[in-house]
Write a protein that binds this ligand. Structure first.
Ligand code: COA
Ligand code: MG
Length: 328
């Protein structure tokens, strides 16, 4: 390990599914609170029309104070720093949202200074009302500038908890020629070499691999949790499953759900599969026995395991322990 230690900035908790609920539809708040999502995000930004922003803000303040959110992480997505809604969102949430507000999500962050500015507002408003609980920050990386500045953004505030990737806004910002939200694109392919008598195969490539990988890396290097963003076609369970499985393997701890029918899918996919849990547990047992015998590396079912395997296995076992605890 480096002499520089990376500490996780949040206590371990479940982020498998983050259900978005438009602030202009307060009748959905109770449903979201009673459902199985690990995280609920009340939205003031793109799911709310400009004419409804003030009403949505009032609804959310009321919902934060009155709805029983149980054990859920409760966050609110504010409007971007380029709008005049933004500062009013922050002040209303921190001054009137009560102690149940866990975190504020900032969309379209472009520079570390964006995070600094919101941190400053939260800090001032928190002091004014004497808030006891620290309000966390969640950042959406969804612009070319945000991705270019991601390392500085990820280190911009002690309030930061998680980074999220938003594919639709990212694609628009980069001028990508695609209109889907987080899925594949039939024209983003490679052709296999021509071989006599054989048709050339078209292999679909993943448009989102680089930004997602980069986000996972920047998040972990700064002790933050990486979370995959939306998958727009909420009637395509198979498409959601594949996209989510990929990011679960890359290191994301969860994914947004833009409709309740994506929540159970996310909870399932960001739960380590039983086969992996069993293997991780077996690795920890094998390594404990090995260490008792003074050995650093041993074979488990014909495969090398060593100290790095312990760290890999611990990630899975600790995640599973939280999930078992929540399931009772
Ligand atoms: N939270 C809680 N409950 C929700 C919900 C949500 N986001 N979206 C839908 N529901 C409920 C509906 O009220 C309905 O409940 P019922 O069976 O008791 O009547 C049920 O789930 C099925 O809803 P459905 O009719 O399929 O959806 P809809 O047409 O009402 O809404 C969306 C579809 C996509 C507009 C809606 O899910 C939504 O607004 N999602 C969030 C979008 C968002 O915030 N985007 C920003 C982030 S990308
Ligand atoms: Mg967006």
């Amino acid at each position: 390990m480096s002499f520089t230690q990376v500490q996780r900035k949040t206590p371990p908790r479940l982020y498998r599914s983050k259900l978005f609920v438009p602030g202009a539809r307060p009748q959905l708040f109770e449903k979201a609170a009673a459902g199985p999502a690990d995280v609920v995000c009340l939205d003031l930004e793109d799911a709310v029309a400009p004419a409804d922003k003030d009403k949505a803000r009032d609804n959310i303040v009321q919902g934060l104070n009155e709805v029983n959110w149980g054990e859920k992480l409760v966050t609110v997505r504010i409007n971007g720093l380029d709008t005049h809604f933004c500062y009013r969102d922050v002040l209303a949430l921190v001054e009137k949202g009560g102690e149940r507000l866990d975190a504020i999500m900032i969309p379209k962050v472009g520079t570390a200074a964006d995070v600094y500015a919101i941190d400053m507002l939260i800090t001032q408003a928190s002091a004014y009302v004497g808030r006891k609980k620290k309000v966390g920050l969640e950042v959406i990386i969804e612009t070319a500038m945000g991705l270019a500045n991601i390392d500085a953004i990820a280190a911009a505030s002690p309030r930061l908890e998680s980074l999220h990737f938003g594919s639709a806004d990212y694609a628009a910002s980069q001028g990508m020629r695609t209109t889907n939200i987080g899925g594949g694109n039939a024209d983003y392919v490679m052709l296999t070499d021509a071989e006599e008598g054989k048709a050339r195969a078209r292999h679909w490539n993943d448009l989102w691999h680089f930004p997602l990988f980069r986000m996972c890396q920047a998040a972990r290097a700064n002790g933050l949790v990486p979370i995959d963003g939306p998958f727009g076609d909420y009637s395509d369970a198979d498409g959601f499953r594949v996209q989510a499985s990929r990011t679960a393997i890359l290191g994301c701890e969860g994914k947004w759900a833009i409709h309740p029918n994506q929540v159970a899918l996310a909870n399932e996919i960001y739960t380590p599969p039983p086969k992996e849990v069993a293997r991780a547990e077996a690795i920890l047992v094998a390594m404990k026995e090995a260490q008792e015998k003074g050995l650093g590396a041993v074979a488990l079912n014909g495969v090398l395991v060593d100290a790095a395997s312990i760290r890999q296995a611990q990630v899975i076992v600790e995640q599973m322990a939280m999930i078992r605890e929540k399931a009772g």
